[in-house]
Ligand binder design. Structure first.
Ligand SMILES: NC(=O)c1ccc[n+]([C@@H]2O[C@H](COP(=O)([O-])OP(=O)(O)OC[C@H]3O[C@@H](n4cnc5c(N)ncnc54)[C@H](O)[C@@H]3O)[C@@H](O)[C@H]2O)c1
Length: 248
């Protein structure tokens, strides 16, 4: 199985977070040149060796253009995208404001559209490319109090499938990972928003047949696989990395 990414240039969004940080490290370790991007300046700490970094908001097309122009000027044409930025607002539909709906859909679904749209023309010209989006168990099942989040991650998965069909003949593969709960700041914030965080933690762990949540490295490994030639006949799929959550 070849996970060798030497000579490939890959952009990772949400790179300052738990999963993104791990993905950047693993892609670079496999030989890729990586452009790490995030809303937060702490992403800049990642810029060393084969990694360059830039702050930007992936929900805005002018920022997305700036991120690609930066990556192309520093590293050359972009062969891979890991669209991983995202966040959650934990509310049911009747509690969700229009602004909250838009912010979650923009961060999780529109950002993927914008990042992929900007990547595709150059990938089509060079007839190569991998695009991996971070979905969720919420891409495939309805979860309580996750109205906008489930809608956004479901939309992301359908766009993965649709684009896989459109761009397969151009040699571009497009897939998603579908994590269960992951030990990152995202999960910490989610638990802090619950009335009883300790009970929430126990509930989350017991909902996964493996009886625990994931570490970010376990999700990053799946993203590296989907970004490499080891997955050369895989496209339009969501690889569930969920401790068996959706197997029940
Ligand atoms: N942690 C979990 O339990 C869990 C479960 C399933 C899926 N996910 C998904 O995994 C991905 C990574 O999340 P994580 O757990 O590492 O969380 P995290 O909060 O540690 O990281 C997410 C990163 O995305 C960045 N981001 C958010 N909106 C952005 C924007 N508009 N522009 C640029 N950057 C932006 C944040 O600044 C943050 O650094 C997300 O898409 C999330 O929805 C997380």
């Amino acid at each position: 199985m070849s996970l060798d990414l030497a000579g490939r240039t890959i952009i990772v969004s949400g790179a300052a977070g738990g999963v993104g940080r791990s993905v950047v490290g693993k892609l670079a370790a496999m030989g890729a040149c990586v452009c790490a991007t995030d809303l937060t300046p702490s992403v800049l700490e990642l810029g060393a060796g084969k990694v360059v970094s830039i702050v930007g908001d992936v929900t805005k097309s002018d920022h997305v253009n700036a991120i690609y122009e930066f990556a192309e000027s520093k590293l050359g044409p972009v062969d891979g995208l890991v669209s991983n930025a995202g966040f959650i607002i934990s509310k049911s539909v009747h509690e969700t404001s229009e602004e909250e709906w838009d912010s979650v859909m923009n961060a999780n679904a529109k950002s993927f559209f914008l990042m992929a749209k900007r990547a595709l023309p150059s990938m089509m010209e060079r007839r190569t490319g991998t695009i991996v989006a971070t979905g969720s168990i919420s891409s495939v099942v309805g979860l309580p109090s996750q109205a906008a989040y489930c809608a956004s991650k479901g939309a992301l998965l359908q766009l993965v499938r649709q684009m896989a069909v459109d761009y397969a003949s151009a040699g571009i593969r497009i897939n998603a990972v579908g994590p269960g709960s992951i030990n990152t700041p995202f999960l910490t914030k989610y638990l802090q928003g619950l009335e009883d965080p300790a009970a929430g933690e126990a509930n989350i762990k017991s909902a996964h047949p493996l009886g625990r949540w994931a570490e970010p490295e376990e999700i990053a490994d799946a993203i590296v696989y989907l970004s490499s030639s080891a997955s050369s006949f895989v496209t339009g799929q969501i690889l569930m990395v969920d401790g068996g959550y959706t197997a029940r």
